[in-house]
Design a protein around this ligand. Sequence first.
Ligand SMILES: Cc1cc2nc3c(=O)[nH]c(=O)nc-3n(C[C@H](O)[C@H](O)[C@H](O)COP(=O)(O)O)c2cc1C
Length: 147
Amino acid sequence: MYFVGSLYMKVAIRYYSRTGSTRDLAFAIQEQLGVAAETIDIPIPSGVDLLFLGTATYKGRTAREISDFILTLRERKITVVFFSSSVFRKSNHKDLCRQLKSAKITFLPESFYSGSIFWIFNRKRPNEADLKNIKNFSKEIVRKYLG
Ligand SMILES: Cc1cc2nc3c(=O)[nH]c(=O)nc-3n(C[C@H](O)[C@H](O)[C@H](O)COP(=O)(O)O)c2cc1C
């Protein structure tokens, strides 16, 4: 497990997941960083600088729950980095960026999209490679921005 001094204080992981794929990605980040992955219902403590935010696309749209959550972050000094398990890579990326800009929330240029195959064809995403990739991604983000 990867753990750096006050990382618990500086990093939060939140996700919204209907069928478990985004949750699996969130737990991989948790395992990598040693920071608890929680659903978006759990408030983010003060002092958090960097938020890994897990989302997916449903019927072509960002989930309403995520949009509502983004609004709760309005005016907070927090930087968001997205991760997603949407089938079509980056299918909701522009929309998420638009929502964050509108709420005046900073976000990183980097993001992680595992991609996937539609759930009726393949229930095994994210796979081992996806989980390894998101662990490396989260490690690099922390090294680059908080290291
Ligand atoms: C009802 C439903 C609608 C979906 N619509 C889309 C879509 O429009 N575009 C897309 O890329 N993926 C779509 N997906 C696929 C999900 O984004 C993908 O399965 C994702 O991994 C689900 O994340 P979750 O398991 O964390 O809920 C849809 C999935 C479901 C269940």
